[in-house]
Design a protein around this ligand. Structure first.
Ligand SMILES: [Zn+2]
Length: 164
């Protein structure tokens, strides 16, 4: 074999992070956070103003969640629109395994049907309520949990906070 080695400028570190050019590389939160894009940003950040923002068709008024740039039924343009933040538990599962460190178990993963429209579901966690007391049809309201720029829309039983 040769005496000379090519002085290749390979990095020494075994750092496997790929340096993806996203903005989400701050301290790791205990929950997995969503990626934001133009359609979803309002939903995930509206909590900073205390508002649950749901994509709505400007032509026919239909709410769309997850957000879409166009309304499938009518083709109209959509825009985020504030809703009441109230709904009811349409279905739920109780999870007893912590997916990520810091996640308290058991926790309740639920489809909450918003009062604004039939079958308008937000997939979320039910908080401030023992898992065994969650019921189908239970009235819930949004409660935001901030993680940096993202305000996770979680839901809790209605009437737990001061009635506003
Ligand atoms: Zn429409």
């Amino acid at each position: 074999m040769g005496n000379h080695t090519v002085d290749a400028a390979l990095p020494e570190s075994g750092d496997l992070s790929n340096g993806a050019p996203t903005s989400a590389a701050r301290s790791a939160p205990p929950r997995r956070l969503p990626l934001l894009n133009r359609e979803t940003e309002a939903f995930w950040t509206g909590g900073s103003e205390g508002r649950l923002m749901i994509c709505r068709c400007e032509a026919c008024g239909r709410y769309l969640h997850p957000p879409l740039p166009r309304c499938p039924p009518c083709g109209g343009q959509t825009a985020p629109s504030p809703v009441s933040g109230k709904g009811r538990v349409a279905s739920f599962t109780i999870n007893v395994q912590a997916w990520t460190p810091g996640l308290q178990v058991p926790f309740v993963f639920a489809a909450v049907e918003l009062v604004e429209q039939a079958e308008l579901y937000v997939f979320t966690n039910i908080i401030d309520c023992p898992a065994r007391e969650v019921r189908i049809g239970m009235s819930v309201e949004v409660a935001f949990e901030p993680h940096g720029d993202v305000w996770l829309p979680l839901f809790r039983p209605q009437g737990q906070a001061d009635a506003g």
